[in-house]
Write a new protein. Sequence first.
Length: 98
Amino acid sequence: MAYVVTYVVPFAAAASTLESGGRWALVLFALIIGILYIRSSVFYVHPLLLMVGIHVYEVSRSGIPCILLTRRSYLRQAEQISVVEIGSNVYFERTALQ
């Protein structure tokens, strides 16, 4: 929620000076944040990734905590998955098509 508050408070504070188009934009923004908040039953929340269906998890690889990006909304505990390294301790799940 801290992430949402960081972006909503400045908009809400300025809402009194917005014209109707700006108010509709604020309402649309609030709806998008609400949808993302409902869909984000993960350890980390990144709204842009969630919009395209990518979930962010904290996982352990050889005992080292890492970040995993995947399209799956649920991972089983101690599950073995194939990954592609995209950064230092940041991995993307490899699918059967890759």
